[in-house]
Design a protein around this ligand. Structure first.
Ligand SMILES: Cc1ncc(COP(=O)(O)O)c(C=O)c1O
Length: 446
């Protein structure tokens, strides 16, 4: 059978038989064939079209029909499709310089890789080499990647699942509490003093504090304004670097190029991926200060990948950044984020099952509750790894029936549309959620 003869049923069956679904039990994995994607919508083989209000995995920031990026990819594929990282190409050099320009503070030099996971692995190795220390302090409600060290650095339940192939953690990971006023007994600023004490008790052995400045897949957690500057101060007081994982928040999601800017820190290292090419190509970056870069002039950078600085991916990165700039997408994210925030506040007022709205810019979430007084969640952390269908899944499915795609994570419905949306897209999503949230309202404790 030639590929052109494949029908949707064949495709879904072949895929089901030969390709693993990610982060799930396989038995009930039933992937749907997507046949088209255009603007901010994608279409499945049965002709259903969805407004993508999550940018897939918070990554298709530019939508699906960006010709400039597609052309840059095609052109690069026709000139130099690949060359060893020991050479350079115009897009790689341009992108390195552009990232140095856009990132806050004195971030200067970049190591390119292909995923957020790899970007964080590189950041941790660089921090260890630079400081000569081994430990990395991270927080419980966090996700930094899927490989041994990056998953050990994560606090996500995917790290601690029973009988996990990932346990035990790689050595040297220290876990701290989070800024989660709604769902934790610790006040966010008190949790920082706890981190201060932890670092003191670790006796100067921590190389870096690695955090998502705005926590993404662990519930869209926004720290108080004073939090990040104080965290940076604490880290530096104890001789540790601050690494900001901006894999999700980088490239305009919060209405600034990087959330670090908004939250008033100048990290020693920033990691980024998803929005860097608008996900037209797999590309990630680990960008360090001039001072850290200088360390490696005479020290071995003991790290690399075949696809580090892949020319086609870098060409996509340059074109994506030009698109963000030319189309004013960062400003649009800030303006539309404000509108989305207001509409979500009204939605929350209409639906008793919405416990809290959180977020900045176009990185918003609504946490649901069975009981607003006691803040009882519908979904517990363990549900992330059991494949159990929860009320949140039902809400997302209902929104899908209304033509709007959203994803859920940790008892929170996450709303992270592409950055070019307008008010009509927000209205469409709010209308769908208005209908879908009735499921959660009805499921609340009597
Ligand atoms: C904050 C953060 N860091 C790291 C990662 C890992 O990125 P990747 O899936 O590209 O390896 C993710 C993925 O969602 C993420 O959200």
């Amino acid at each position: 059978m030639s590929d052109s003869q494949l029908q949707t049923d064949d495709i879904e069956t072949l895929d089901r038989e030969h390709v693993f679904g990610t982060w799930r039990h396989q038995r009930d994995f039933d992937p749907t064939h997507v046949v088209d994607a255009d603007g901010f919508r994608f279409t499945t083989a049965d002709g259903t079209s969805f407004l993508d209000f999550s940018s897939q995995l918070v990554c298709t920031n530019l939508g699906y029909d960006n010709e400039a990026v597609a052309d840059a990819i095609a052109q690069q594929a026709k000139s130099v499709p690949y060359i060893s990282p020991s050479y350079t190409t115009e897009p790689r050099a341009k992108l390195g310089a552009k990232i140095a320009d856009l990132t806050p503070g004195s971030l200067e030099k970049t190591f390119f890789s292909t995923s957020g996971t790899e970007a964080n692995e590189a950041a941790m190795k660089i921090a260890r080499s630079y400081t000569g220390k081994e430990k990395i302090l991270t927080r419980y409600r966090s996700y930094h990647g899927a490989t041994a060290a990056s998953l050990s650095a994560s606090g996500d339940p995917r790290r601690t699942v029973e009988d996990s192939a990932t346990q035990p953690d790689v050595p040297g990971m220290v876990k701290a509490p989070d800024p989660y006023a709604y769902g934790s007994t610790l006040d966010p600023m008190e949790s920082l003093e706890y981190i201060d004490e932890m670092l003191a008790l670790e006796g100067g052995t921590v190389a870096a504090v690695l955090v998502e400045p705005l926590v993404g897949s662990n519930g869209v957690l926004v720290p108080p304004t004073e939090y990040m500057p104080r965290l940076q101060e604490i880290a530096h007081d104890h001789g540790a670097l601050l690494i900001c994982d901006e894999v999700m928040t980088g490239f305009g999601r919060t209405g600034e190029w990087f959330a670090s800017e908004l939250l008033e820190v100048e990290p020693d290292i920033i990691t980024m991926a998803k929005g860097l090419t608008g996900s037209y190509q797999p590309l990630a970056a680990t960008t360090v200060t001039a001072e850290i870069a200088e360390h490696f002039e005479d020290e071995l950078l003991n790290h690399g990948h075949t696809f580090a600085g892949h020319p086609i991916a870098c060409a996509a990165g340059v074109a994506a950044i030009e698109t963000y700039e030319q189309e004013g997408l960062i400003d649009n994210a800030r303006e539309m984020g404000e509108y989305l925030r207001e509409e979500l506040e009204s939605l929350a007022a209409r639906h008793p099952s919405v416990g809290e709205r959180r977020g900045i810019g176009l990185h918003q979430g609504i946490e649901l509750t069975q009981d607003p007084d006691e803040r009882v969640p519908f979904e517990r952390r363990v549900d992330k790894v059991t494949s159990r269908t929860t009320v949140l899944d039902e809400v997302a499915e209902r929104a899908g029936e209304e033509g709007v795609y959203v994803f859920t994570s940790m008892n929170t419905i996450v709303l992270t549309p592409p950055l070019g949306i307008d008010e009509t897209h927000v209205d469409e999503a709010i209308d769908a959620l208005d209908i879908a949230l009735e499921i959660a309202d009805d499921a609340m404790d009597a």
